[in-house]
Each structure stands twice: as structure tokens, then as C-alpha cells.
Write a protein that binds this ligand. Sequence first.
Ligand code: MGD
Ligand code: MGD
Ligand code: SF4
Ligand code: MO
Length: 723
Amino acid sequence: MAPRTLLRTCPLCEAVCGLAITLDDADKVVSVRGDRDDPFSKGFLCPKGASFGKLDDDPDLVTTPLIREGEGFRAASWDEAFDLIATRFTEIVTAHGSGSTAVYLGNPNAHTVAGALYLPALIRALSTRHIYTASTADQMPKQVAAGLMFGDPLTVPVPDLDRTDFLLMLGANPLESNGSLCTAPDFPGRLKALRARGGKLVVVDPRATRTAALADEHLFIRPGADAYLLFAVVHTLFAEELTDVRIEADGIDDLRAAAAEFSPEAVVERTGIPADTIRAIARDLAAAPTAAVYARIGTCTAEFGTLTQWLVDAVNALTGNLDAPGGAMFATAAAGGIPRTRPFRPGRWTSRVRGLPEAMGELPVATLADEIETPGQGQIKALVTVAGNPVLSAPSGARLDRGLAGLEFMVSVDRYVNETTRHATVILPPPRSVQSPHYDFALLQFAVRNYTRYSPPLVPLDGRPSESAVIARLAAAISGQPHAGTGADSPIAMIDELVISGMLHKAGMSERREELEGTDTTEQRIDLMLKLGPYGAWNGGELSLRTLLANPHGIDLGPLQPRLPGVLRTASRKVELAPPELLADVTRLRAGLATSAPEMVLIGRRQLRSNNSWMHNIAGLVGGSNRCTLQIHPDDASRLGLGELAEISSAAGSLTVQVEQTPTIMPGVVSLPHGWGHGASTTQSVALAHAGVNANVLTDDSVVDAVSGTAVFNGVPVTVGPA
Ligand SMILES: Nc1nc2c(c(=O)[nH]1)N[C@H]1C(S)=C(S)[C@@H](COP(=O)(O)OP(=O)(O)OC[C@H]3O[C@@H](n4cnc5c(=O)[nH]c(N)nc54)[C@H](O)[C@@H]3O)O[C@H]1N2
Ligand SMILES: Nc1nc2c(c(=O)[nH]1)N[C@H]1C(S)=C(S)[C@@H](COP(=O)(O)OP(=O)(O)OC[C@H]3O[C@@H](n4cnc5c(=O)[nH]c(N)nc54)[C@H](O)[C@@H]3O)O[C@H]1N2
Ligand code: SF4
Ligand SMILES: [Mo]
């Protein structure tokens, strides 16, 4: 067979770019290009996407199940691995109860079909409240704020990037990250287009980032102060009678009252931004024909993360830009879940040790170490991790590292032996990405244009189970049934059949089971979700698996459309601008006005050629600008007498770090990227040679955003001195 070029969505970040992948006759990836005929990404490709082949071909990947033997691992068969899992889970649950098991789900689950469709079955099999994910180290504040304002935590507005006249961006750096909770392939190009059509971009960041360099205006802000800035904007909008609410909303008077104390003058000290500048932002937002406020990770993983995310959309609503073209809008994804019926509520239960709130059924990852270490009924004894590396990604990572070492049993579904999975008793590898189907169930809910694309597996499985089958069989093994049946008796087919019959029954279409198409039950589920979705063939539209297969470059479904009040799930069926749960936390924010900020604080940053903790094993991606350095302003460095190395300490720990002096960071702020700190135990040889340090040795799991329980990575008090 001659080399052939096949199409697939890139699974490596939220931009969902189309890839054109050339494979040789041994199914090896020989080249990767951007898919120029993809109507959304139009050929865009970043260095990570270009490394898709190298990643696929990494000799350090785990390719068979591994079982712990002494300090290392030995290869095992799938049957042996699942037998061991079934035996040990049964023993542990018998001895300690089902509350002694836990799961941690990492970021790549947002990019896999297995993560979207099969993790619910795994969670059900575990029957535990110990559910932890990367969300509480990431976007949970946005979801809780959206849940309280719109009734559904998945109803998250995104900036209408391609049509807005004014974009205020806080704590995001899409020129490195390519965007987040805002699915926009070629985000850099879209920002350039905004400016080219006469629009204005204002970036708020404690660092003068590459995105800031592209902006009309960049404002340095003291880390953790975004809620103060946005409250002062709200204050100004009311004080100067600039509000123009065009949607059905409750709580406007309460919002005005809450903002009363946060005048621009009152927040100058906290934010470091002059009062006149804040007023000017409020006036610009109000005056622009269309405008959107967008805030991301720098503002989520912060002390007042949920308040900040609330105020972002409060400003969008007050300026008449919520749900309006060019403002902040809701996507209409082609395949979604079943809409919730009751309004979202956070904190339906709390964690055992610290009483932290549940959100969306999960507990904060910031308390995972507590729950492992603290004896008593409900102490975690067995853990499953899927596509996560919490030793490097969760706060107080060193503590978690010690905790994982003390577990009775741990299973990891992962591509690598790394800082986390080294603690596993069993490692189960997913197959290659080219052997997996791809559909962006989650990310297309946050797209800046309505769009859909399905990629079937490009290469057959050669005897390995799909990741979906691995997770389904893991769920069965945890329920005490380790033996994989075949065909209709396999765990995956049984899960799919249950889901399909449930969905058909709900839609009153049970008799249509035989009409579903696809090469397996996974594809039949996707077919059903598309057919029942807003553009679906069984819902007055045209989409089905067959249409998507016939359009392998993806299908443009048009610009975002106004969706209020239809998407609302609040009890009032209005947008709640002042939810009581958020007003209650304003007390904490108010108290902060009186306290003085720490002298030096730590923040994070992302790097273009990196991906959290797991792309440091590709030689072409590490080195150069992609190094683990502590960025510090030259004035701070000379005041502190720093040389090449520095010692940095926080309440949680200390590190010796490589110093990078740069005037692009605010004085009083230092920045360390996360995901580094590769230990001798990983089998990733390239990553080891570029080890760096674990920023999360310094972040403190005892501090969280109160409403969502999310970890605080930005604004961590530290001291820095010569090493
Ligand atoms: N200090 C600090 N810490 C942070 C952040 C920060 O800004 N600062 N950011 C936080 C954020 S936003 C996030 S999302 C988290 C990420 O936190 P995690 O999700 O815990 O960490 P990742 O580094 O993304 O780890 C992904 C793991 O999935 C594996 N993997 C990759 N592809 C696949 C696949 O297809 N299947 C399976 N089964 N495994 C796969 C990789 O080998 C790796 O072990 O980190 C958080 N931690
Ligand atoms: N290349 C690359 N792309 C990625 C990732 C990666 O690791 N590498 N990770 C992916 C993941 S998991 C996510 S969640 C997204 C995140 O995507 P983004 O949110 O765009 O993430 P960052 O690039 O870290 O940008 C966050 C910015 O916030 C700033 N910041 C820090 N503290 C504060 C603060 O208190 N206030 C304000 N206003 N700004 C602050 C930082 O200086 C930084 O520039 O990126 C995704 N894409
Ligand atoms: S921007 Fe994201 S989706 Fe696009 S090629 Fe790069 S990693 Fe892949
Ligand atoms: Mo993330």
C-alpha cells in the first residue's frame, strides 16, 4: 500500500484543528499538515500538532498492560491485569467499604471519546463520592458561576471572537495556549482579524505576554485581583448609568448594592490599576457597538475564582452583550447530552476531612491528599487514575506523591510511566491516537462558531483494545467481573446498549434501534446523539454519523445564534445576576480590601510547545523557549541579589529554580510553568534530561476558591532568595 493521507481532529488542545496525516504502509505517521479544507481551522497547525507523529511513535510509550514488580513493572496480559484489579477491588471494598475507593480523571479525557462516553460507567462501578478531576485545578469556577447564573454548568458563554468590536481578555494567553473554554482554531489569527477590522483588544495580565503584545492595550494586574477590577467596572457602569440590560434578568439591584463598595478608587491598591483606567474600560465596554469580556485560567485558579467568573458575565449582561452577536454567546453543539431538568446547585455534599463543597458530583482535587492520609471510615485505599498526572498538576504535589505511595492499590489508564502512574499497581495503556475515533463532545459546546466533525479510527486496532473498551472492562472488573465477554456480551457493548435504549426510550423512539448506523456500538451511540441533536436527522435536521463520515473535513454550522431564554435552567427561567451563593462570598472579597497584599507572589504560565506535564518527551518540543524557569523582574532580581539559581519557598514547600530575568513580568510577581519536575522514576528519557521542577511543590492545597473548591495556583505568597 502506498503512503496515504487521512483526516483527523487534533486531540492535543482545545482548538480542535483538522489534521491531514500521512501514513506509510506500516501505518507509521510520516507527516502531519493542517487540513486546509477544514472550514473551522482552515489549515492552522501549531508546533504540538506538528509533533503528532513523534508523539505517536515515542519509544517510551507504554504498549502493553504493566503490573508492578518490586520497584519496577513487568508486562502482563490484559486478562491477568483485569483479574488482579477485580480481586484487589473486591478485597478492599470488603475490608473498608465502597467509600474507600476513588478516581482521578485528568485533562486528556476532555479530548477522547473514551473519556466522554465511558467514564460515567466507571464512576458508577466505583460507587464512591471520592471523584476528583482536573476541573477543580482548572475551569470549575466558570462552571459553578454559569450553573448559578444560567442554571446549567455546561451553559458557558464564549466571546463571539469573529464579530466582536471590543474584547477584554483577563488571565488568558491564547498565543501560547491556543485558547480554552473558547474553542477557536487559529486564535492568534482571529485576534489579528479583530484588530484588522477596527476592533480593540485589551489584555489584563501580570505578564506582558505574546497575546498582550498583539493587543491595543495591556494592563498589569496584581495576581488574584481580577474580581476587584471587574467589581469596579460593575460599580462604574451603575454609577455612570451605562447599563443596558437586554435580557430577562433577576438580581440587578442586588448586584448594584454588592458593587457599591468597590469603587475604582477602592480597588487601586489591590489591582495596581489606576482608577481612571478602570473607568475608561467600563466606558469603552458600554460604548462599543459590541463587546465581550473573556477570562481564563489566570483568573479561575485564584482565591476569588468563582466571583471573577460571575462578574465576567455580569459585565457582559450589564453592557447588553450577553447572548448578542459580537458579545458573549452560547454555542449550539451538534451532539450534546440530555438537557438537565433541575437547576444546578453546588455543595450538595461536602468532603469528609475538610468539609469542602462538591460541585458537579466531584470533590476538590485540593483535598485528595487529605482524603488519602486521614484515617477513618471513608479513607481512600484504592485509586483509579485515567489520563492524569496529579503529582505534577495538583496543589501540594509533593504531599500527594507521598500519599499515592501509601495506597493499597492503584490502577492507571495512561500512555506513560510518569510521576503519578509510577505508583500504580497496574497500568493499562490506551492504543495509539490514530487507532481511536475522535469526536469533541465537550469542546464543541464552547466553540466560537457552530461546527461538527467526526474522525473514525485511521488505523485498525491490531489486537489492542480501544481505550473505550479498556475503561468499560475496568468498570466491569471493579464490579467483580474481570472476564471480557465478546460481541454483545462485552462490557462495552453492554454499556452502549443500556445507554442507547435509555436515550431511545426517552425520545419515544424505541422502535428505531435497528436504524442506528456505525461499525460498532460506540459509533451507533454517536449516530444517535447526532440524530437527536439540534441539527439531527431525527429532529428536523440532516445530521447523522453518515453525514459526518461523508464530510471528513468537518461541517460549518454557521455563526453563533442567540439562545436565551431557551438554554436557561434556573428556577426563574431568567438569568440570575446576583445568586445568593455568590453574594455570600463577597464578604470574603470585601475583607480583602483591608488586608495588604504579600510582597512577592507566584503565578503560572503556559508554553507553546508544552502540554501540561506530558509532552516533554519529544525532543523537538523541549529546550529553547520551552524550559522550566522562574521569571522575575530584573529590579526584583537585583534587589534580592539573585544569580542563575534561586531558592523559592511558600507555606507548602521550597524549590531551587533556574532564574530568568525579564521586564515582561510585574515587579512583585514571579512565574513558574507547571507540569515540570520529571522524576527518576519516569521512563521518559527525553523528559528526564529536561526535568525542571514541580511548581506544585509550592502551591498550597489548604487554600481554595471557597465557592467551587478550586485550587489556587495564581497569587501564591512566596519568598525568593539566592540559592
Ligand atoms: N501550578 C499549576 N498547576 C496546574 C495548572 C496551572 O496553571 N498551574 N493548570 C491546571 C490545569 S488547567 C490542568 S487541565 C491540569 C492538568 O492536570 P492533569 O490532567 O492531571 O495532567 P496532565 O499533565 O494533563 O496529564 C495528562 C496525562 O494523560 C496521559 N495521556 C495523554 N493522552 C492520553 C490518552 O489519550 N489516554 C490516556 N488514558 N492518557 C493519556 C499523559 O500521559 C499524562 O499522564 O493541571 C493543572 N495544574
Ligand atoms: N501550549 C499549550 N497549550 C495549552 C496548554 C499547555 O500546557 N500548553 N494547556 C491547556 C490547558 S489544560 C488549559 S486549561 C489552557 C489554558 O489556557 P490559558 O488560560 O490561555 O492559559 P495560560 O497561557 O496559562 O494563560 C494564563 C495567563 O494568566 C496570567 N495570570 C496569572 N495570574 C493571573 C491573575 O491573577 N490575573 C490575570 N488577569 N492574569 C493572570 C498568566 O500570566 C498567563 O499569561 O491551555 C491549554 N493549552
Ligand atoms: S492548536 Fe491545538 S488543536 Fe491545533 S494543532 Fe495545535 S495542539 Fe492541535
Ligand atoms: Mo486545563
